[in-house]
Design a protein around this ligand. Structure first.
Ligand SMILES: Nc1ncnc2c1ncn2[C@@H]1O[C@H](COP(=O)(O)OP(=O)(O)OP(=O)(O)O)[C@@H](O)[C@H]1O
Length: 252
C-alpha cells in the first residue's frame, strides 16, 4: 500500500494567499524523499497537511485529499486524526517545539503514554527510540541542557517512539556543526522508515534521499532521482536552489 498519497491538494490561507496549487504526490513504503524549494514555496504548508494541522481554516480555493496508508486525513474526524498523528511523525526544525518535560525519558515517553502504553512496554519503547538515535546515555538529563545536535536527535526519538509509518523532518541539518550533521545523517540512514525530508541543504538531500521533489510557488516543478535533479543547473537556477561552492554531484 502507498505510504503517502496527495491528490490535487490546494490551500489558501485565511488572508487569501494561495500557498498550494494542486499538489499531487505518491510516496511508497521505504522511500526516502527530499522536498526542496526556495523560501515561500509552500513546503511547510504542505507538511502541515500531512497530519491534519491544516487545512483547519482554509478558504475556498482549498481542497484535495491526503491519505496516509489506508486512511484519508480529515481534520474534522478527531478519532481518525489521532491515528494519523501516530502514523505521521513530524520532527520540527526547532527541537524546543517538541521537548518540554523535565527529562529526555519523559519527553520520549509522552507520545506512547498518550496511546495508553504503561510499565515495561512503555519503558521498552523509550529505550528502543533513544537507542535508535544513540541517545540512551542522556535519558535522565534535562533536554534544555543538551546541545542542539543532541536535542534534535531526542526530538527524532520522541517521534520514533510512536512507531510512525512516515517520518517527516523539517530542515534536520539546519544550524548543526559538521560532526552533528554527519552523525544525524548516519542515524537517519540507519532507520527503517519512509522519510520525507524538507531541506535547503542539497548535499544532505543527495546523501539521504534517492528521490527529490521540487516545489515552487505551490506547485511541484520536478520529481525524480536526486542525483539527476541536482545535476541540472538550469532547474536549480530556475527555482533558486544552490549547491555549495565547489560541490560536484558525483556521476552515477
Ligand atoms: N499563516 C499564513 N498566512 C498567510 N500566508 C502564509 C501563512 N503562512 C505561510 N504563508 C505564505 O504561504 C507561502 C508558503 O509558505 P511556506 O511557509 O509553506 O513556505 P516554505 O516553502 O516552507 O518556506 P521556507 O523555506 O521559507 O520555510 C508563502 O508565500 C508564505 O508567505
Amino acid at each position: 500500500m502507498t505510504a503517502l498519497l496527495l491528490d490535487d491538494v490546494r490551500y489558501t490561507y485565511p488572508d487569501g494567499h494561495q500557498a498550494l496549487h494542486g499538489v499531487s504526490l505518491r510516496i511508497e513504503p521505504g522511500e526516502r524523499v527530499a522536498l526542496l524549494g526556495p523560501n515561500g514555496a509552500g513546503k511547510t504548508t504542505l507538511v502541515l497537511h500531512l497530519n491534519g494541522i491544516l487545512p483547519a481554516a482554509g478558504l475556498t480555493g482549498s481542497g484535495g485529499t491526503v491519505s496516509v496508508g489506508d486512511r484519508t486525513v480529515d481534520p474534522r474526524d478527531r478519532a481518525g486524526l489521532a491515528e494519523i498523528r501516530r502514523r505521521v511523525g513530524l520532527v520540527f526544525q526547532d527541537p524546543d517545539d517538541q521537548l518540554f518535560l523535565p527529562t529526555v525519558a519523559e519527553d520520549v515517553a509522552f507520545g506512547p503514554a498518550n496511546l495508553g502504553l504503561r510499565g515495561a512496554e512503555l519503558h521498552q519503547r523509550v529505550d528502543e527510540a533513544l537507542d535508535a538515535v544513540g541517545m540512551s546515555d542522556v535519558k535522565e538529563r534535562a533536554p534544555h541542557h543538551l546541545s542542539l545536535g543532541q536535542r534534535r536527535r531526542v526530538a527524532v526519538a520522541t517521534v520514533l517512539a510512536m512507531r510512525p509509518d512516515l517520518l517527516v523532518m523539517d530542515e534536520p541539518s539546519s544550524n548543526l556543526d559538521p560532526q552533528a550533521r554527519r552523525e544525524l545523517a548516519e542515524i537517519v540512514l540507519g532507520l527503517d522508515v519512509t522519510l520525507l525530508m524538507v531541506t535547503h541543504d542539497l548535499p544532505y538531500a543527495l546523501q539521504l534521499c534517492p528521490r527529490s521533489v521540487v516545489l515552487d510557488e505551490g506547485r511541484i516543478v520536478a520529481d525524480g532521482p536526486t542525483r539527476d535533479l541536482l545535476a541540472d543547473p538550469d532547474l536549480l537556477a530556475r527555482h533558486r536552489l544552490e549547491l555549495p561552492f565547489g560541490f560536484a554531484v558525483p556521476v552515477a
